[in-house]
Design a protein around this ligand. Structure first.
Ligand SMILES: Nc1ncnc2c1ncn2[C@@H]1O[C@H](COP(=O)(O)OP(=O)(O)OP(=O)(O)O)[C@@H](O)[C@H]1O
Ligand SMILES: CC(C)(CO)[C@@H](O)C(=O)NCCC(=O)O
Ligand SMILES: [Mn+2]
Length: 865
């Protein structure tokens, strides 16, 4: 087996010698289609109209355009009309914006895709060239007091008339006719101002309708939306769609609305309280002179409320009042201690004041919520509104109150999009938007640093300031209520809004994604093999940080090493480091994050800074080197008997002769696989095999392609499944046809099959035809997987792959990313072979009690499972 140097230098621990390094450890789940430079503001279009809004027609949608494009986009062939794209929730304290952006690019289907689709029966009827659309939902907020900033933002992005760079096909807006959906009191209060400043009319939507619609959408469509927060522990809750209603929705904005929700559009506002977020911020500002809400909240983290609150112990001479279940440390009376002291406001620490206030208001809200839940026999209470602010201590306090008063019967849950419920609901209210019809697998959330990142980073640099990673803050010293002696909520990180976060990403709407139809149990499927606990996180953060300089060098080189590329490389490094720091502080900040997500984040971050393909030249070099030795390999293979050849092929895929390396196979089902394969000969070959390929170079050329050739020789159709977008040195679906065509120059079997599969058109002209008389071959095809990461999440794959899977009876997953980090434990409805060399000592020990360079050859025939 030939040497392979196309290692993933990023994560491989060991290496060198003749061992093939495959992309070790790099995972992630780039979902194609929507991916790309989220930094760029997508042009969107809006044709003004007075009455109802047109529907976003997603039928027949497809990922479209050059797969290697920065902004792979979605084709909505039947989307003939325009879509609305901005909605507002103007509250007493904050303005929330939800807006849709899309890209307009024109490109045509390439031949490979068209012929594959034809073969997979995906083309029905003729098609013509349409504008290419990709859609994203963005979430932004402003202080209501700074309404002008909000108007400037809308105006600078031209959100009210379709976005900057509106393509020509959507021009023709009649500015005086533009209508924007808005909810919250400000929709009434500021309607004239919007008309005056932006020339738009606000179409008012009921606030409660919107809150409920937003909450219902999030609970239905976002996988990691709701979570519990108790004793500093955040845990995402799997929402069962069939068992969602009824629930209590408590929106803690300036004031608090308490809504009993019975279904979609079925609800009743059952209560409310005027003691809410405005109360905390208002009183806190008066009493502490804080300049911002976040400053006030941060103060609380260093506070000790026992200097201000009157505790049961203060009244009972240090004793508990155990008869009624109150410990000495329970707050008997918020702020009660200040009555007896001969002190002025200035004698109290602002930190202590802030904490007392926060606890008073949070407990009160928790208690009132519980009472309302009790009133209607509800067990689940979802809390939204920006008072929550993703703040651990606030959530712990509310949860404590709910748990305490309900004696564990009721559960407090929080929503990651907490403050955006109303705005989302207003967005949904555009008549028949289509958003309702999107399913969970159509949505991919990404966490770009935002377009202005480079510019504001440069501002920081000019000022000699580093981009600050979030500042961790310590535990507040507090006393508690009934056993809540010392809340364990970790000091939470409060980030300035400039650094985007809010724990809310950009929601990519990718209607072309599908659940992989061969998953045995999609509901139970979990792509990540290992849960990232804090230790795992630390380990991966170190690896990723250590390799960052090397990656940046490669990325910059891939873009010609220009000054601009260097600048972007720098920005990328800053941004990715900031992500790592953020996640290190709060691993669940972006939802439940596995290794796959972490590694995808890195790829997405590269794309955000317009690094299209950091490994492009490395991949090319390795492909060429491998193709040069392919003829010799094929000759050698052909001189073997079938049994020996199969072993050589599998070993080839697993990279080199494992015995030479003193390695062993920690899972070795080769004999079982061989038995099945040789039985093929007796008339039952696999009908169609999907080969999930990994790296460029030797991995694909000398490993997977020869294996594909063997299957083809046996009469099995082969579909090579490759990434939609580049990730490290992984081969992409766009690159594969060229590689296969080169390989086919040396091999008639490959050539016939590639021709049959539409991979070779006229590239083969002039090649001597030595197989003229052979029968037409089974096809060799290439499909994209919908991902731009080294891992694969089978809940969200391209529709092309889903279609190819329909007739498949063999899956071969290759490489650590796709068969170890993810999917090692995944079960499929057909025979599956998982092949990987474990190039990570820690993983080898953890998963198999093995060693680095051990191999897995895991065969899971379906009749045995
Ligand atoms: N940056 C911020 N500035 C001001 N308040 C903030 C900020 N971040 C969080 N908050 C808190 O969030 C509250 C506002 O939450 P939210 O935006 O959900 O309500 P609202 O819509 O403005 O109010 P209402 O619905 O009662 O009209 C504030 O009162 C404050 O407690
Ligand atoms: C008035 C609203 C609905 C405006 O969002 C909100 O601030 C609120 O619910 N306040 C509480 C009012 C009450 O006491 O029910
Ligand atoms: Mn509100």
């Amino acid at each position: 087996m030939a040497a392979n140097n196309n290692s993933d230098p990023i994560l491989d621990e060991g290496g060198g010698g003749g061992v093939k390094h495959e992309a070790a450890g790099e995972a992630g789940e780039g979902k194609g289609g929507g991916g790309g430079a989220a930094a760029t503001q997508a042009p969107a279009a809006m044709l003004p109209r007075s009455g109802s809004r047109p529907q976003l027609d997603l039928s027949g949608a497809a990922i479209h355009g050059n797969l290697e494009d920065r902004n792979p986009t979605i084709l909505l062939p039947n989307q003939s009309d325009d879509i609305s794209h901005l909605a507002l929730d103007i509250g007493g304290s904050l303005i929330k914006l939800v807006y849709f952006s899309r890209h307009a690019e024109h490109s045509s289907e390439d031949k490979r895709k068209l012929s594959t689709k034809r073969r997979l029966g995906m083309l029905n009827g003729g098609r013509r060239s349409y504008p290419v659309l990709g859609g994203r939902l963005h979430f932004v907020k402003f202080e209501t007091g700074k309404l002008n900033e909000c108007l400037d933002f809308i105006s600078s992005k031209q959100l009210h008339r379709g976005g900057v760079d509106s393509p020509s096909w959507c021009s023709g807006a009649q500015p005086d006719n533009i209508v924007i959906k808005a909810t919250g009191g400000g929709a009434f209060k500021y309607a004239d101002l919007f008309k005056e400043r932006l020339g738009v009319s606000l179409e008012k939507e009921d606030e409660m309708d919107c809150l409920v619609a937003g909450a219902n959408f999030l609970l239905k469509s976002i996988r990691h939306e709701a979570f519990t927060h108790m004793d500093g522990q955040k845990e995402y809750v799997q929402i069962d769609q069939n068992d969602l209603f009824p629930f209590l929705l408590v929106n803690v904005g300036s004031g608090v609305s308490i809504i009993k929700v019975d279904g979609h559009g079925k609800f009743q506002r059952v209560s409310g309280t005027n003691v809410g977020g405005g109360t905390y911020w208002g009183l806190g500002r008066l009493m502490t002179k804080c300049k911002s809400f976040d400053e006030l909240l941060e103060l609380s983290q260093r506070g000790d409320n026992s200097t201000i609150d009157m505790l049961v112990g203060d009244i009972y001479g240090g004793l508990d009042y155990s008869k009624i279940g109150l410990s000495a440390s329970t707050i008997a009376s918020s702020f009660g201690k200040t009555i007896s002291d001969d002190k002025e406001l200035s004698d109290y620490r602002p930190e202590d004041i802030s904490l007392s206030l926060l606890r008073m208001i949070s407990y009160n809200i928790g208690q009132i919520s519980y009472l309302n839940a009790l009133r209607y026999g509800l067990k689940r209470i979802f809390f939204g509104g920006f008072f929550i602010r993703g703040h651990a201590y606030t959530m712990d306090t509310i949860s404590f109150a709910v748990n305490f008063w309900s004696k564990g019967e009721a559960k407090a849950m929080f929503l990651r999009h907490e403050g955006f419920l109303g705005a989302l609901g207003a967005f949904m209210s555009y008549e028949k938007h289509g958003l309702d019809d999107l399913r969970i697998h159509h949505l991919v959330e990404r966490f770009p640093m935002g377009a202005p990142y480079i510019s504001w980073m440069e501002k920081f640099v000019q000022k000699g300031t580093q981009i600050t990673a979030p500042v961790p803050v310590g535990f507040p010293v507090t006393t508690g209520m009934g056993g809540f002696e010392r809340p364990t909520a970790k000091g939470d990180i409060l980030r300035s809004d400039a650094s985007a976060a809010l724990n809310v990403g950009v929601l990519h709407l990718v209607p072309t994604l599908d659940v992989f139809p061969l998953l045995e149990d999609p509901k139970m499927y979990e792509p990540n093999t290992i849960d990232l606990d804090l230790n795992e996180y630390k380990y991966w953060f170190k690896i990723l940080s250590d390799h960052l300089p090397d990656l940046v060098d490669k990325a910059v080189a891939s873009e010609g090493g220009t000054d601009d590329a260097k600048r972007r490389g720098d920005a990328f490094a800053h941004a990715f480091s900031a992500h790592l720091a953020r996640l290190m502080e709060e691993p669940a900040a972006y939802g439940k994050f596995g290794l796959a997500n972490l590694l995808e984040l890195r790829e997405e971050c590269l794309r955000e800074f317009q690094f299209v393909d950091a490994y492009v030249s490395i991949k090319q070099r390795e492909n060429e080197a491998s193709l040069a030795v392919l003829p010799d390999l094929l000759m050698e293979l052909d001189s073997m008997n079938e049994e020996a050849r199969l072993l050589a092929l599998i070993e080839g895929v697993l990279a080199a002769n494992i015995f030479d390396w003193g390695s062993r196979a920690c899972i070795d089902d080769f004999d079982m696989f061989k038995k099945r394969m040789l039985a093929d000969k007796k008339g039952q070959p696999y009908k169609r095999a999907l080969l999930f390929v990994d790296n460029s170079g030797a991995d694909v050329v000398l490993g997977m392609i020869p294996l594909a050739r063997e299957l083809l020789r046996n009469g099995t159709e082969v579909v090579l499944v490759a990434n939609s977008l580049p990730a490290l040195n992984d081969v992409t679906a766009n690159e594969l046809p060229g590689i296969v065509a080169e390989a086919a120059k040396h091999c008639g079997i490959l050539r016939k099959a590639a021709e049959a599969g539409g991979l070779i058109f006229d590239a083969m002209a002039g090649i001597q035809d030595d197989l003229k008389d052979e029968p037409v071959s089974v096809p060799l095809m290439v499909v994209e997987n919908g991902c731009g990461s080294p891992c694969i999440d089978f809940r969200q794959v391209s529709s092309e792959l889903a279609a190819a899977a329909k007739d498949a009876d063999l899956l071969i997953l290759e490489g650590m990313g796709r068969s170890l980090h993810t999917n090692l434990n995944a079960r499929f409805k057909c025979d599956t072979l998982k092949l990987a060399m474990v190039k990570n000592q820690r993983l080898a020990e953890k998963l198999f009690n093995g060693n680095i360079y051990d191999c897995i050859c895991k065969f899971e025939p379906v009749h045995l499972t």
